[in-house]
Ligand binder design. Structure first.
Ligand SMILES: Cc1cc2nc3c(=O)[nH]c(=O)nc-3n(C[C@H](O)[C@H](O)[C@H](O)COP(=O)(O)O)c2cc1C
Length: 144
């Protein structure tokens, strides 16, 4: 069974709930989901994976969380060329600029972002957002 990593950072649980929904979609599609907080993620596993998901809310002023997620993503940029990545995250009051910038960054590094855009939702995911996350998980499972 193929395994799909879902690596996330979350402060108040909204992006974590999205990560769990992505994991549920992966499992529904018959693959194994490994949903992990960024500090517990294995860079080696991501290096050898064809597809994985990354989640982070909008922080700072429309940026990724700077302590853990930003350096992690910077390291990823060095080896994601040719891989398929699903991006997701929650936001509060903005218009999703942090996610558009993240998509551009991963695309510039040579990755294919599933759907050409990230899955975003305001605050906690509702049923519609959870379904979008599940669909993202299914799409990744099909690529893994
Ligand atoms: C320090 C801080 C900075 C934030 N910056 C933004 C921002 O720039 N744009 C935005 O839309 N929301 C911003 N938010 C709101 C969070 O993105 C929102 O609360 C999100 O649901 C948190 O996700 P989490 O529960 O996974 O931590 C910020 C929240 C905090 C605590």
């Amino acid at each position: 069974m193929s395994k799909v990593n879902v690596v996330f950072w979350s402060q108040s649980g909204n992006t974590e709930a999205m990560a769990n929904a992505v994991g549920a979609g992966i499992t529904e599609a018959g693959a194994e989901a490994n949903v992990v907080y960024v500090s517990a993620a294995s860079m080696d596993e991501l290096k050898s994976a064809k597809a994985f998901a990354l989640g982070c809310p909008a922080m700072g002023a429309e940026v990724l969380e700077e302590g853990e997620m930003e350096p992690f993503v910077t390291e990823l940029e060095g080896f994601v060329s040719g891989k398929t990545i699903g991006l997701f995250g929650s936001y509060g009051w903005g218009d999703g600029q942090w996610m558009r910038d993240w998509v551009d960054r991963m695309t510039a590094a040579g990755a294919r972002v599933v759907g050409g855009e990230g899955v975003i939702c305001q605050d906690a995911p509702d049923a519609v957002a959870e379904e979008s996350c599940k669909l993202l998980g299914r799409a990744l499972a099909a690529e893994a």
